[in-house]
Design a protein around this ligand. Structure first.
Ligand code: 3HC
Length: 686
């Protein structure tokens, strides 16, 4: 019988089977919660039914509360009540787990009186990644099953726990076989036969483990000082020695405090951004073949792309001009694959290498499905390669460039088949970094674009659609924020303070440390390329050029902004002083907050323009690029999520006030001004 839109119950004599069916992941939305309460009520009204089992249809048991309900008015019944009702049921209820039972799903399972899992099942309480704590009894019931030490580690890391570990920790009571419905039937019968023991989790006692809690707090303060919810998870686990109802009431208060933070909104935006980027106009178009990939250029980038393809089980032909380059490429791939074996990402290195062919003869590319050019970043070089590929590639092959900045439209013109040409911009190391910008040029056909997305999916990348502009989405924003950072540096903020302020706010790495890592010559080459078109009124900071001229290119030369030991490079400091003196700049102090505010505002300005020009089709695409390729703090959700959080009107005021010192750089994008007038948001345009 149907108890709600998503929950049904089968009455089979002295047992009952409760089934949740809410695709795609059986999230515990309002109809699931209503259905479960109705099931408990039904059991109470049918005392002749002596055991029940709860299972789910589809690919997984419940993967959590319904994240789409967050931030909206709460709908009754709440999940904590549902779990309590399950636990209070006089009829024992066994839960059958399969797939990934996460968050509210595991909380439902822990509210039941026993848990059996099918092979391959995983469990976890990942709420911390969404800026909250488990809020339906998870912080109270897991310690009752596992002890506080295990629970505090699992809840503060939010990691997925494999079946064997979940069994030994006490979260799962035993294994099940067969399909979930049959396993449920067997389990209910086992309860009746006395073969399966049931008990209420909330009735178990917990021993306080203050050392484990202190250790967790120390670890979090050290590694995630800017995050709110991890420490609150520890606070909640600490309450688990209280009687269950009191503990859950106190857990609820902490949950609500976390739920109301901007961090929760940012983290949930990031969760959806990761998934939203795949919803592109070309999504429904059948792609061409993506099995055999040709990579042109065996440098670091080419070797990384080849590795990514091999790890995804594809066949790769790698070419370069001479044997020495090929040998270096092979060695790099070999080392990359060794690393993948060590990290458990690859089982059989020989199998991967058997799918790799290397040659200096570009004719070998005539059979491949997709060609990815990863050669030197120079338009003449790229055009020559594409003219060549046009002659060699089979009809229907996709011709992709991995350029970071150059105009894909111009590159496409070197061929007689511009419809087959696109950009696939990977990030180094290409076999590790998850982001890939899929650059759709003017002539790129929808089928070609769909093929680029299909390949990125096979490589397990987060693929974001970008139009053509200098630097595409990510590097264009990077250039703008680097300028903002350089202006602050010239005006008096030590670069070490700028890096430290941004890192303390959650950025993976400050901009000057990033430059040292990537090599100062990359931005230098770009500045030289753009020098002829630089408007005279643009403020220009010379110091990075002086560093490059002196051979201080960052880590690869032993010194850049910083020396090897991480202290500021005296050569950088003296070049800065000399430039200030020459330009008559009296250095002033900046607070850390001002540094973060200026950096973020510059980022929002450029991100707004990128959306305004439809280089990115939606604001959330820009956010995804920054989040997954540029170390933007996940809890801030991305620059355009931040624009909404700050508000268009305050942003316009802020930019206008900065403009008093530099009207050329600080200009309010039209779209922001419009939004300030109309009280609009970027979220409305996603
Ligand atoms: N609520 C709503 N929608 C969800 C969801 C959830 N909890 N989990 C996944 N989805 C949606 C995704 O947005 C996606 O939708 P789309 O197709 O429209 O883009 C669809 O389900 C499929 O998800 P994935 O593409 O991620 O599928 P995968 O197979 O790659 O991964 C998964 C499945 C491992 C379950 C992964 O989706 C996941 O990690 N989900 C989040 C789990 C989670 O964080 N649960 C805790 C929620 S908070 C909570 O429970 C609070 C409680 O304590 C009170």
């Amino acid at each position: 019988m149907q108890l709600s839109e998503t929950v049904s119950l089968d009455h089979e004599g002295d047992i009952a089977l409760i089934r949740i069916d809410n695709p795609p992941v059986n999230a515990a939305g309002v109809t699931v919660r209503q259905g479960l309460v109705a099931a408990v009520d039904w059991l109470a009204a049918h005392p002749q039914v002596e055991a029940a089992a709860l299972y789910a249809a589809g690919r997984t048991f419940v993967a959590g509360a319904d994240i789409r309900e967050f931030g909206k008015p709460p709908l009754d019944p709440w999940l904590p009540e549902v779990c309590q009702r399950l636990e209070d049921s006089a009829t024992p209820i066994v839960c059958i787990l399969h797939g990934t039972t996460l968050g509210g799903g595991l909380e439902i399972a822990m509210g039941c009186h026993a848990r059996l899992a099918l092979p391959g099942a995983k469990v976890g309480l990942p709420e911390v990644h969404l800026g909250i704590i488990p809020g339906a009894g998870g912080t109270q019931r897991m310690p009752r099953l596992t002890g506080q030490a295990f629970a505090v580690e699992a809840i503060t890391t939010g990691r997925h726990i494999a079946l064997e570990e979940a069994l030994s920790a006490g979260i799962i009571d035993g294994m099940a076989t067969d399909t979930p419905d049959q396993a449920a039937r067997n389990a209910a019968r086992a309860v009746l036969d006395g073969a399966l023991r049931t008990r209420a989790t909330g009735a178990q006692a917990v021993t306080a483990d203050p050392d484990a809690l202190d250790a967790a707090r120390a670890r979090i303060r050290k590694t995630q000082p800017h995050l709110y919810s991890p420490l609150r998870c520890v606070d909640a686990v600490e309450l688990s020695t209280l009687p269950i109802r009191e503990g859950i009431a106190r857990e609820r208060v902490i949950y609500q405090e976390c739920h109301d933070t901007p961090q929760r909104a940012g983290l949930i935006h990031a969760f959806f951004a990761e998934r939203a980027v795949a919803k592109v106009p070309e999504a429904g178009i059948p792609p061409r073949a993506t099995d055999h990939i040709g990579v042109i250029g065996a440098g670091t980038m080419g070797a990384g792309i080849a590795t990514a393809c091999l790890l995804a089980g594809l066949t790769v032909t790698l070419t370069d001009r001479d044997d020495a380059a090929i040998a270096r490429g092979r060695a790099a791939i070999d080392a990359n694959l060794d690393g993948a074996v060590k990290r458990g990402k690859l089982a059989d290195k020989d199998d991967a290498l058997a799918r790799l062919a290397t040659t200096t003869d570009s004719a070998a590319l005539s059979k491949v499905d997709i060609l990815i050019e990863a050669a030197f970043e120079d338009m003449a070089v790229k055009q020559a390669i594409f003219a060549d590929l046009d002659r060699i590639a089979k009809p229907g092959a996709v011709l992709a460039t991995n350029t970071s900045y150059l105009d894909v439209n111009t590159i496409a013109q070197a061929t007689a088949r511009p419809g087959d040409v696109m950009g696939l911009h990977f990030f180094s190391p290409a076999h590790v970094m998850r982001l890939c910008e899929v650059v759709v040029a003017e002539a790129t056909t929808p089928e070609t674009a769909a093929t680029g997305f299909a390949l990125a999916k096979r490589l397990r990348k987060i693929a974001v659609r970008s139009g053509v502009c200098d630097g595409f989405i990510g590097n264009r924003i990077l250039r703008s924020t680097r300028r903002a950072a350089e202006y602050m540096m010239l005006d008096g903020a030590p670069f070490a303070q700028i890096d430290a302020a941004l890192e303390a706010a959650g950025w993976a790495m400050g901009p000057f440390r990033v430059s040292d890592l990537a090599g100062l010559d990359i931005a230098w080459a770009q500045r030289k390329r753009l020098a002829a078109t630089r408007p005279p009124e643009e403020r220009y900071v010379d110091m990075p050029d002086r560093l490059c001229e002196a051979g201080h290119l960052g880590r690869k030369t032993g010194a850049g902004y910083y020396l090897k030991d991480g202290t500021p490079n005296p050569a950088a400091l003296s070049a800065l002083e000399a430039e200030r003196a020459a330009k008559g700049i009296a250095p002033r102090t900046f607070t850390d907050d001002e540094i973060v505010s200026r950096f973020l505002t510059a980022m929002i300005m450029e991100a707004s323009r990128i959306f305004e020009e439809r280089i990115a089709l939606r604001p959330i695409d820009v956010d995804a690029v920054l989040l997954f390729g540029y170390g933007f703090p996940r809890h801030l959700g991305g620059p355009l999520h931040q624009a909404d959080a700050i508000g268009a009107a305050p942003l316009v005021d802020r930019i206008d006030s900065f403009a008093q010192e530099d009207r050329h750089f600080w200009q309010v994008p039209e779209i922001l001004r419009d939004m300030a007038h109309s009280s609009g948001t970027f979220a409305q345009r996603n």
